[in-house]
Design a binder for this molecule. Structure first.
Ligand code: SG4
Ligand code: ZN
Length: 258
């Protein structure tokens, strides 16, 4: 695999389309700007359910994979309903963030051209498939994006303090750390309204940008303290790890009835 980056190397995003086997120059790319004046309300986007989301052992370790912090999810979290074409099983989670001051927010999706401080991606696979098979079907991956904001009330800061305290142990590319405290996905999401979301057909946001993703982006952000968000760029040294927004090329963006 040829090296690529978000910034500060030869293969930054404008060069991704010319990488080997790349779909990055395609017509259904992600992320996008979500224009709330151009949404199509879709009453079938109901009853989205996440099973096992409170499993306290889902987040067992964190890895610095050279592009972000990620973790393979343990347990059997299944996502169904919400207008998804199949059931999907959660496989991993990772983060996108900005600069070490919040003047440089780092979400991938934007809403009415506003970028949030961070975005979490919960990556799920169509049930019964491996990651390798998942690369060829246009709906074989579903990614769930959650924005993080730093304004207003703050929730569940304790779980985020726990998670981010481990970042110091993975400053080296390729390093991992075990998390000893029980930590669930819902500990991190807090009380985000899972009935209100946007839906569109897109791609992975990193090379090779495979056009196989059903995207769900939740409207309501997770609200955290500024110092928690700033721990990511300050500790990991990766800055502004998001891809610029891509053209819609006529794709509809649907909104759930909420
Ligand atoms: C990050 O580079 C992750 O580390 C990748 O995970 C992930 O690839 C990639 O982002 C693209 O995912 O939700 N942003 S995204 O579209 O999940 C996949 C791994 O390389 C396939 C494991
Ligand atoms: Zn991502």
């Amino acid at each position: 695999d040829q090296p690529w980056c978000h910034n500060g190397c030869e293969n930054s995003p404008s060069f991704w389309p010319s990488l080997p086997n790349s779909q990055c120059g395609g017509v259904r790319q992600s992320p996008i700007n979500i224009d709330t004046n151009q949404l199509t309300f879709d009453p079938s986007l109901r009853n989205l359910t996440f099973s096992d989301i409170t499993n306290p052992h889902s987040i067992k370790f964190l890895t610095n994979n050279g592009h972000t912090v990620s973790c393979v999810l343990e347990g059997l979290m299944e996502v169904r309903g919400g207008g998804l074409p199949h059931g999907y099983t959660a496989v991993m989670m990772h983060f996108h963030w900005g600069g070490d001051s919040l003047c440089h927010p780092g979400s991938e999706h934007t809403v009415d051209s506003v970028r949030y401080p961070m975005e979490i991606h919960l990556v799920t696979l169509k049930e019964g498939l491996t990651m390798e098979q998942a690369k060829t079907d246009p709906e074989r991956i579903a990614v769930f994006g959650f924005f993080i904001d730093v304004t207003g009330d703050q929730w569940h800061v304790e779980s985020w303090r726990t998670l981010t305290s481990y970042l110091l142990n993975i400053t080296e590319k390729g390093s991992s750390v075990d998390i000893v405290q029980p930590l669930s996905i819902s500990d991190l999401l807090g009380s985000v309204d899972l009935t209100k979301f946007y839906r569109y057909q897109g791609s992975l946001t990193t090379p090779t940008c495979d056009e196989v993703v059903v995207w769900t982006v939740f409207e309501e952000p997770i609200k955290l303290r500024r110092d928690i968000v700033e721990r990511f760029p300050k500790t990991l040294k990766y800055r502004n790890i998001y891809r610029p927004v891509q053209r819609l090329n006529g794709r509809p963006v649907y909104a759930s009835p909420g």
